[in-house]
Design a protein around this ligand. Structure first.
Ligand SMILES: *Cc1c(COP(=O)(O)O)cnc(C)c1O
Length: 490
C-alpha cells in the first residue's frame, strides 16, 4: 500500500513516510492508492475487542509496519490507563437511536481516539525513515486537538510538543486542561489573537525554510499533529467498523457532527471497506458550508463566520473534504483547490455530485441545538454535549423529511462535562456562571453521569504553563524553547 498526493505531483510513499511528513510536498493530502476490503468476516470481527478490530483495520493501511509493531502501538494507545471504560468506546441506545460515545479517553473528546496512537506511529515512522532528529510537534488549536495532542505526546521519548491556543478563544475547561498539562517535553502558549491568527502563524513557521535548516543543524525536525495526517485518519475508521459489528444490522446510517471533515471521511472509508452504509449524514452548525456543498455542488467560504457553542465545528475550510473531492475530481482537484485559495469558492459538475450520493448534508442553528439538548434530556435523561446535539437535531430533521427507518448511530464527540457552561445554560441556567466545582456538581446531579477523571484532575491542578505571546512573536518563542540563540539564527 502506498500513498500519493491529491494534487497529483510527487511519487508514492509508504505509510510511515506519509505519517512523518503529514502533508505532501505539493501541499496536497496523502491518499491511499486503494481502499482495501476487510479480509476477515463481519461475524469474526463481531467477536473481537476494540484492539483486535483496530489491528484488522490498520494492518491493511499501514503495510510497512510489522504485526508486532502495530500491535504494540495499539496496546499502548487503547489501554485502561488511557480510557475510562474497558471497551474504549461505548455504544448506547437512547430513545430509539444509538450513540457511539467517542469521549472516554484522557481529554474527553473524540480526538483522543486518534491522538492516543499517533505519537507511537510517528516515533516508529521516524525510526523507519532513519530520521535521527528529535521531532518537534507544532500545533495551533481551537481547544480539543491541543489537549489531546499534549496528552498523547507527553513524555514520549524523542519528541517535544508546542501548542498555541487563542488566549481568549477557548472554553474554561479547555484552557484549564491545557495549562495544567504535565510532561517535561510539553509547552503551551496563549496567543493574543484568534484561532485563525494562531493557525496562520504556525503555517508560516512550517514554510520557513531558513528556520527549518537551522533546526536541522541543532537536531530538530518539525512535524504536525493536525487532522490531515493519515496517522489520525486511519485510526478513526476503526470505531465505525467496531460499532457496526456490535449489531450486524442489514444497513446502517451514521450521523457525524462535522468540522474539518476528518471524522466523517473515516466513516466513508469504513463503508468502502465493507460496512454496509446507507447514508452518511454530515451535520454542521451555523457554519454550514458543507451543507451547501452537498446541496448545490458549490463550496463557498466567502461568508460570515459564526462563533457557536460547538466551537470544534466552527470552520469554513474543511481540509479533509479534499480527499473525498479527489475520488470524483481526480487530477482536477489541484485546480479546485487553487480556486478555493484564490477566489474562496469552486463548483463541481453534476456527474461528480452523483458520486457523493451516500452523503446527506444538514445543519442546525444554535436554537435548534439547545432545543435538542433540552427535549432529549426530558425524554430520556441523556445529556448531550453541543456538538452531539447538533448531530441529533440534524438527524431528527432528516428523519422527519425522509421517513428513513434505517438503524442509525450518532457519533457522540465530546463529554457534556467538556462544555459545561453551554450545557448548563440550557439545563440549569442558574448554575451557568457558578464556579467550576459547583457547575460540575450541578451537571452530575442532572445527568447522573460519573464525573470523568479528566475533569476531577484539573480542578485543583497547578497551572504549569502561563506563557502568552503576541501573534508576531511565535518564532521567537520556538527559538527560545529549543535554546537556539536568536543571534546564531540571524
Ligand atoms: C474536532 C471535533 C469535531 C469535528 O470533527 P472533524 O473531524 O474536524 O470533522 C466535532 N466535535 C468535537 C467535539 C470535536 O472535537
Amino acid at each position: 500500500m502506498f500513498y500519493h498526493s491529491t494534487r497529483g505531483k510527487g511519487g508514492a510513499v509508504p505509510a510511515s513516510k506519509a505519517i512523518l511528513e503529514g502533508i505532501a510536498p505539493d501541499g496536497g493530502l496523502y491518499v491511499p492508492s486503494e481502499i482495501p476490503k476487510l479480509d476477515v468476516s463481519m461475524e469474526a470481527l463481531s467477536q473481537m475487542d476494540y484492539g483486535q478490530v483496530a489491528y484488522e483495520v490498520m494492518k491493511l493501511f499501514f503495510t510497512d509496519f510489522t504485526k508486532e509493531e502495530l500491535q504494540a502501538c495499539i496496546q499502548k494507545a487503547y489501554s485502561a490507563e488511557k480510557f475510562d471504560i474497558e471497551e474504549i468506546v461505548n455504544l448506547t441506545e437512547q430513545g430509539g437511536v444509538y450513540f457511539l460515545e467517542l469521549f472516554h479517553g484522557e481529554t474527553i473528546a473524540f480526538k483522543d481516539m486518534a491522538l492516543s496512537i499517533l505519537p507511537h506511529l510517528l516515533t516508529l515512522s521516524a525510526k523507519k525513515n532513519d530520521c535521527k532528529e528529535e521531532i518537534v510537534i507544532l500545533t495551533a488549536t481551537s481547544g480539543d486537538t491541543g489537549k489531546a495532542a499534549l496528552a498523547g505526546f507527553s513524555d514520549v521519548p524523542g519528541t517535544k510538543i508546542i501548542v498555541y491556543y487563542p488566549k481568549d478563544g477557548v472554553s474554561r475547561i479547555q484552557e484549564k486542561q491545557m495549562v495544567t498539562q504535565e510532561g517535561e517535553n510539553t509547552h503551551v502558549i496563549g496567543i493574543l489573537g484568534n484561532f485563525d491568527d494562531a493557525q496562520n502563524a504556525v503555517k508560516e513557521i512550517f514554510q520557513d525554510e531558513d528556520l527549518k535548516q537551522q533546526l536541522l543543524e541543532k537536531g530538530y525536525r518539525f512535524s504536525s499533529a493536525n487532522s490531515i495526517n493519515i496517522g489520525r485518519l486511519i485510526p478513526q475508521i476503526v470505531y465505525y467498523v467496531y460499532a457496526y459489528t456490535r449489531m450486524l444490522w442489514e444497513k446502517i446510517n451514521f450521523v457525524v457532527p462535522t468540522g474539518n471533515f476528518g471524522n466523517i471521511l473515516a466513516a466513508h472509508y469504513a463503508g468502502r471497506m465493507g460496512v454496509p452504509i446507507h447514508k452518511l449524514i454530515c451535520a454542521s452548525n451555523e457554519n454550514k458550508v458543507l451543507y451547501d456543498f452537498f446541496d448545490s455542488g458549490i463550496y463557498n467560504r466567502n461568508r460570515t463566520f459564526f462563533v457557536t457553542s460547538s466551537p470544534s465545528m466552527d470552520i469554513l475550510i474543511s481540509s479533509n473534504l479534499e480527499r473525498l473531492l479527489y475520488e470524483a475530481a481526480e487530477e482536477e482537484t489541484a485546480g479546485f483547490m487553487d480556486q478555493l485559495k484564490n477566489q474562496g469558492s469552486y463548483e463541481i459538475r453534476d456527474s461528480m455530485k452523483e458520486l457523493f450520493s451516500d452523503f446527506v448534508g444538514g445543519f442546525a442553528s444554535e436554537e435548534e441545538m439547545e432545543e435538542s439538548i433540552l427535549m432529549f434530556y426530558r425524554e430520556t435523561g441523556y445529556v448531550m454535549d453541543p456538538h452531539t446535539a447538533v448531530a441529533k437535531a440534524v438527524y431528527d430533521k432528516y428523519q422527519k423529511e425522509t421517513g428513513d427507518g434505517t438503524m442509525t448511530v450518532i457519533a457522540s464527540t465530546a463529554s457534556p462535562y467538556k462544555f459545561l457552561q453551554s450545557v448548563l445554560h440550557v439545563l440549569e441556567p442558574s448554575k451557568e456562571d457558578a464556579g467550576d466545582e459547583e457547575a460540575v456538581r450541578s451537571l452530575w446531579e442532572i445527568s447522573k453521569v460519573t464525573v470523568p477523571n479528566a475533569v476531577m484532575e484539573i480542578m485543583h491542578a497547578p497551572t504549569l504553563h502561563n506563557r502568552v505571546c503576541e501573534k508576531t512573536e511565535l518564532k521567537n518563542t520556538i527559538l527560545d524553547l529549543l535554546n537556539i540563540s536568536k543571534k546564531s539564527y540571524l
